[in-house]
Design a protein around this ligand. Structure first.
Ligand code: PGA
Length: 241
C-alpha cells in the first residue's frame, strides 16, 4: 500500500479548505493509495470529518511533548485524538529549524502519540551542508537512533525522508540519492527492530516529475507540501503513483 500525505503547513484558510473539498468532490482519486492530510490544528476537527467520510486519514502537524498540564499554546496528543487525528507529523525540518526541536524532544512526542493511538509520521533528512559533506547516512542514523531510542515496536510509525534542502525549494533529490537513502533507512530499521516500516519521500514533489520517484521500488509514497494545497495538483501526483 502506498501513502500520499499532504502537509498543508500554515498555508491554508477556511476558504481554501472549502475549495479543496469542492474540487475533491469532482475528482476521481485512484484507489489502492492511503491518503492523508496534515491540517493546522485549529481546522483539524472540521477537516477530519470530511476526510474520514471519504476514507482519508486526518493528521496533526505538531504535538506537545508533555501529556497534559500547564503548557500554554500547546495541543496534547489526547486533544488531537479527540478532534480526529489518525496520524501526526513529528520532526519536520521546519519544527527543528524554527522551534529548536531536537531528537530528544521528538522522541517524547513520538511516545505521546503512540500512547494515544496516533501514528507518528517521523520526518528525517540532511541539510544542504551535510549533503555536500557526504554526511547524509550519518545524519539519518543519528536521527533514527535518537528519535526511536526507547521505542519497542515500530509497527505504527511511518517515516518520511525529506532532504532539508529539497523542502519548498523546487529542487528534488536525485532518483539515485532517494533510492540509496531510503534503502539505508530500511536497513537501519530492519537491524534495530527486525522489521521495516513505510518510508515516504518528501521535498518539492510535483505532478509530472513524481512518476520517476514512485518508480523506485523502495519508495512507499510521498509527503507533499506546496503541491498539496491545490486539489488538481495533488490528484496529478496521485495519478503518478
Ligand atoms: P514541499 O514540502 O513539498 O513544499 O517541498 C514538503 C514538506 O515540507 O513536507
Amino acid at each position: 500500500m502506498k501513502y500520499l500525505i499532504a502537509n498543508w503547513k500554515m498555508s491554508i484558510y477556511n476558504a481554501q479548505i472549502d475549495q479543496f473539498f469542492k474540487d475533491f468532490k469532482r475528482s476521481q482519486f485512484p484507489l489502492n493509495i492511503t491518503y492523508g492530510v496534515s491540517v493546522p490544528s485549529v481546522y483539524l476537527q472540521k477537516t477530519a470529518l470530511t476526510l474520514k467520510k471519504n476514507g482519508w486519514l486526518a493528521g496533526g502537524q505538531n504535538v506537545a511533548f508533555a501529556e497534559s498540564g500547564a503548557y500554554t499554546g500547546e495541543n496534547s496528543a489526547k486533544m488531537l485524538k479527540e478532534v480526529g487525528a489518525d496520524f501526526c507529523l513529528v520532526g519536520h525540518s521546519e519544527r527543528r529549524t524554527y522551534f529548536n526541536e531536537d531528537n530528544q524532544t521528538i522522541n517524547k512526542k513520538i511516545n505521546r502519540l503512540l500512547n494515544n493511538d496516533i501514528k507518528p509520521l517521523l520526518c528525517i533528512g540532511e541539510t544542504l551542508q551535510e549533503y555536500e559533506n557526504k554526511q547524509t547516512k550519518k545524519v539519518l542514523l543519528k536521527q533514527l537512533k535518537e528519535c526511536l531510542c526507547d521505542i519497542k515496536d515500530v509497527s505504527n510509525i511511518i517515516i518520511a525522508y525529506e532532504p532539508v534542502w529539497a523542502i519548498g525549494t523546487g529542487k528534488t533529490a536525485s532518483v539515485k540519492d532517494i533510492k540509496t537513502n531510503i534503502q539505508y533507512i530500511k536497513q537501519v530499521l530492519q537491524k534495530k527492530f527486525g522489521k521495516t516500516v513505510p518510508v515516504l519521500y518528501g521535498g518539492s514533489v510535483k505532478p509530472g516529475m513524481s512518476a520517476d520517484i514512485f518508480k523506485i521500488d523502495c519508495v512507499d509514497g510521498a509527503l507533499v507540501g506546496g503541491a498539496s494545497l491545490n486539489c488538481a495538483d495533488f490528484l496529478g501526483i496521485a495519478k503518478d503513483m
